[in-house]
Design a protein around this ligand. Structure first.
Ligand code: ADP
Length: 577
């Protein structure tokens, strides 16, 4: 067991080093990466969507920067103050001690090297702090410019922790022997830690031995401890301050953001049709004023919408009533017209021609009336689907059959491009046949006798039929207008099929009722294409159409309305686009 472990480690390490992870490792790293990405996306979304989070985070960040700058500055000032104080006292202490030492050396008079060394040891021992106390240590060493015999060696007050005297300090004393010199050095504390210390040095003269330097080392341990406490206090205080700032920002933003969020929610509900929704507006402050103005705006909007709805209802009602009222006289006119039409050969040529005209116009009148009644049903929300699973090929065949006579009259050839397999969808066959009949009849009507192509398409959740012709086409912007009621590209254009101008409007309503799309594309003198896309299953939304809107052979001018995309906006003019 013990031996096999390094082998396992080495293998996996080699695999890692070679960049080839084993399959489970690879899967794990991919999962970790995607989890990280998901978390990052969620965080980004939260950051973008929450004003509160942004305010709190910015306040805390700014607070942190201020605390850091201020804390560092204050800490530095305190540290400088503490060290300067200590250095001042160290200097004073060193001055008096050096004077005392010099006095003792002076009073000793001339003596041999051994006695002088003994005296030096005594003086250093007395000058330094007693026992284990290391708060003042002393070094006596020969000056660098003393070239006489080294009768007294370097004397240290303690064994541990004393540093070598820095060369800089020594040369400073040599350069200015009359003055005391100070330098901050590092010494080792008894516990092994490194502690800063103030080293104060000055010149003394030993009888017979000449120039020596006397150094006092004052550890700054207490100052360091004080600074540590100050630093910790600053850090804790800073953290507490930043958190406090975050808390304050949270409370303040809640006070402001909450009403704004409530306003957004109410606005969303209003726009989704719940016109009675209002904001709470208590008090006199700005938020209350916002609430009151918002509610006043909602009141006036609701009033206007109600008025428009009433007006629209009255209009729809009027159209519906008129259409219904016209049915009875029209039936009578129809019967009388048919009678006259049947016996037109008994009249003179002009009356006979009038009888034919009357007959045609009665036909147009009838289809107009039935289209108007159908539109009124859509407006009243009374149109309902009669859904059954139907093969779209059958529905299309029926629509083509019913337009065959028109195609023959106009000399148009119909080409059908079927799907490979069945094209079944849950649709109302009567309504879909009506849409297709209208599209094919229009293509023949405006196709100028050129071939009309009808293509079927199917994908996982949609079926589609596109009807394209190479006739007059549509001018720019007209693709968005063709679905408007009574809109015609050329109102003066003679109609032979007796179109009412409502065909595409009804087709669009029919497509919408299915949850489908009806889109148009056209180019002047090139042709047009109308594409119906329906969901295969009721209630399952369409993602994209199986067929392109623009025929492939047409060169593409820049602009919308082309391609397979799910939302060819400008081409359709329909809200589903
Ligand atoms: P109608 O055909 O009865 O006028 P529609 O609603 O079916 O009414 O069509 C509205 C208008 O759209 C037509 O008058 C015509 O100008 C235009 N249109 C429809 N289909 C085509 C087409 N295939 N090519 C060119 N224009 C068309």
């Amino acid at each position: 067991m013990v031996r096999s472990r390094p082998v396992t480690v080495t293998r996996s390490w080699l695999a890692l080093a070679g960049g080839r992870l084993g399959p489970p490792l690879e899967r794990q790293s991919r999962a970790a990466r995607s989890a990280l990405q998901r978390a990052a996306r969620r965080l980004l979304h939260l950051w973008r969507s929450s004003l509160q989070l942004r305010v709190i985070a910015s306040t805390m960040l700014l607070g942190l920067i201020v605390v850091l700058l201020l804390g560092t500055y204050l800490y530095q000032r305190i540290a400088d103050g503490l060290v300067n104080d200590r250095v001042l006292t160290a200097r004073a202490e060193a001055t008096s001690q050096t004077r005392a030492a010099q006095a003792r050396f002076d009073s000793a008079g001339r003596m041999d090297a051994v006695s002088l060394t003994q005296l030096a040891f005594d003086i250093v021992g007395q000058l330094s702090s007693p026992g284990a106390d290391q708060s003042r240590q002393v070094i006596l060493t020969r000056a660098s410019d003393n070239t006489g015999p080294a009768s007294v060696p370097t004397v240290l007050s303690g064994e541990v922790g004393l540093p070598r005297v820095p060369a800089g300090l020594r040369s400073a004393i040599a350069a200015d022997p009359g003055h005391q010199q100070v330098q901050i050095v590092s010494i080792s504390a008894p516990d092994g830690a490194t502690v800063p210390a103030a080293m104060v040095g000055s010149r003394v003269t030993l009888p017979a031995a000449g120039r020596y330097e006397l150094y006092f080392v004052f550890p700054l341990e207490r100052e360091q401890q004080t600074l540590r406490v100050v630093g910790r206090t600053f850090a804790l205080g800073g953290i507490a301050l930043v958190l406090l700032l975050g808390g304050v920002a949270y409370v303040v933003t809640r006070l402001v953001v909450d009403p704004v969020r409530r306003a957004a929610l109410v606005a969303e509900r209003l726009s989704s049709g719940r016109l009675h929704e209002r904001m709470r507006a208590h008090g006199e402050d700005d938020i209350a004023r916002l609430g009151k103005s918002f509610n006043a705006m909602a009141d006036s909007l609701q009033k206007k919408i109600r008025q428009l709805e009433d007006l629209s209802r009255v209009q729809q009602r009027f159209v519906s009533d008129v259409s219904h009222e016209l049915r009875t006289p029209l039936t009578t006119i129809r019967m009388a017209g048919d009678l006259i039409h049947d016996s037109r050969h008994d009249f003179g040529p002009s009356v006979s021609r009038s009888a034919e005209l009357l007959h045609n116009e009665i036909d147009r009148f009838e289809s107009l009336l039935s289209d108007l009644l159908e539109i009124s049903r859509f407006d009243a929300g009374a149109a309902a689907l009669d859904v059954e699973a139907t093969d779209l090929r059958v529905t299309l065949d029926r629509a083509i059959e019913s337009t065959a006579a028109l195609a023959a009259r106009r000399g148009s050839r119909l080409e059908v491009i079927p799907t490979d397999g069945p094209c079944v969808a849950e649709i109302d066959p009567r309504r879909v046949e009506r849409i297709l009949r209208n599209l094919v009849a229009n293509a023949i009507e405006y196709g100028e006798g050129r071939p009309v192509t009808v293509q079927l398409g199917v994908n996982e959740n949609a079926v589609a039929v596109s009807v394209s012709d190479s006739g007059v086409g549509l001018r720019q912007g007209e693709a968005a207008l063709v679905f408007n009621r009574f809109w015609r590209a050329d109102p003066a254009r003679a109609r032979t099929t007796g179109g009412t101008g409502l065909g595409l409007a009804i087709s669009r309503e029919d497509a919408r009722l299915h949850g489908g799309w009806l889109h148009a594309w056209g180019e002047s003198a090139v042709g047009s294409c109308f594409r119906l896309t329906l969901p295969r299953h009721t209630g399952v939304p369409i993602e994209y159409s199986p067929l392109p809107l623009k025929p492939k052979e047409v060169p593409s001018p820049p602009g919308p309305g082309s391609g397979l995309g799910p939302r060819p906006v400008a081409a359709s003019g329909s809200p589903e686009s």
